[in-house]
Design a binder for this molecule. Structure first.
Ligand SMILES: *Cc1c(COP(=O)(O)O)cnc(C)c1O
Length: 325
């Protein structure tokens, strides 16, 4: 599949996004752990987006997109579809910019994520993911209400905004050799590639998907976007996308080192590590990068490794069960 007319963001757009987010998004901490260093045989730098506003990196892309809308667009408001963190981020960014927001969520989305979107003032419309198409519902609502649709990853400004987390990391940690990034629709990986490859062309960047949702890995192998059936059986609820976004795929295909996978038990092990050793709450999807770095067999011994800890939004009861297992 080729997209000759697609206008793709560049590293310059990531830098412009960073300017827009200055003083608005948190510059999240980069944490170290000597246990992690020993475990991976490398120097490991954790970029903790679990401590970002809204609890994940998604605030970066959402705010970067909404901040560029015209006054008329702001008045009509924004609409999106998301199982959680992007919805929460859009709701928060819209509230900060004084815009109405509507989010289309699967009816079985985590109640904590649905509640968070409502608490930020968004209207929530639910649908059945097995029988209904969220994009069709969103396009229809967007047309009816004149609201701007900002999807979770197939969007120029969203991808540029997501790249600012990696930009901060490589600014703070010079000479990163390898970077691991969790993958759902691919916006975070694409943005991270733009930021990283521009400053550090030799840095190897890997995407990490849940084992049962490895559509991105399949897409890289076949050279075109592969869509898989809706995976219901991974705890990584933020990476259940059934296909990479076309815009993200174009960027990923050009410069990613590879896409590897992590199993649910590996994600739980990583979550326990974060809680016990590093004292941070990380959601299953947020643990993809560490699980991938540890278990995928990528050669990282003796290198300087960046891990994007992408989110920390957990349902407490569910989180407690994962830790106890
Ligand atoms: C959305 C999300 C991802 C994946 O990001 P994409 O841009 O969809 O690839 C990873 N981790 C967390 C915590 C997320 O919310």
């Amino acid at each position: 599949m080729s997209w000759p007319d697609l206008d793709l963001p560049t590293a310059q757009d990531v830098h412009a996004a960073a300017e827009r987010l200055r003083g608005i998004a948190h510059r999240t901490p980069v944490l170290r752990s000597s246990t992690a260093d020993a475990m991976l045989g490398a120097q490991v730098f954790f970029k903790c987006e679990s401590l970002q506003r809204g609890g994940s990196f998604k605030f970066r892309g959402a705010y970067n997109a909404l901040a560029q809308l015209s006054p008329e667009q702001r008045e009509r408001g924004v609409l999106t579809f998301s199982a959680g963190n992007h919805a929460q981020a859009i709701a928060l960014a819209a509230r900060m910019l004084d815009m109405p927001a509507l989010v289309v969520m699967p009816h079985d989305a985590l109640s904590s994520k649905m509640a968070a979107a409502r608490a930020y003032g968004a209207q929530v419309v639910t649908y059945d993911p097995l029988t209904e198409d969220r994009e069709a519902i969103s396009h229809k609502l967007s047309k009816e209400r004149g609201m701007v649709l900002v999807p979770p990853s197939d969007h120029f400004d969203v991808i540029a905004g997501q790249g600012t987390a990696a930009l901060e990391l490589i600014d703070e940690v010079p000479r990163l050799d390898v970077l691991f990034v969790g993958v759902g629709g691919g916006g975070l990986l694409a943005g991270s590639l733009l930021a990283t490859k521009d400053a550090l062309p030799l840095c190897r960047v890997y995407g990490v998907e849940p084992e049962v949702a490895n559509d991105g890995q399949q897409s890289l192998a076949s050279g075109e976007i592969v869509e898989i059936a809706l995976p219901r059986s991974t705890i990584a609820d933020g990476a259940r996308a059934t296909a990479l976004s076309p815009m993200a795929f174009d960027i990923i295909q050009q410069s990613v080192e590879g896409i590897v996978t992590a199993s649910d038990p590996q994600l739980m092990e990583a979550m326990r590590f974060f809680a016990e050793r590093m004292k941070i709450v990380v959601e299953p999807t947020g643990a993809l990068a560490l699980a991938g770095a540890r278990h995928s067999g990528c050669d990282i011994r003796g290198t300087r490794v960046g891990i994007i800890v992408s989110g920390g939004n957990v349902d407490l009861a569910r989180y407690a069960r994962f830790l106890a297992d």
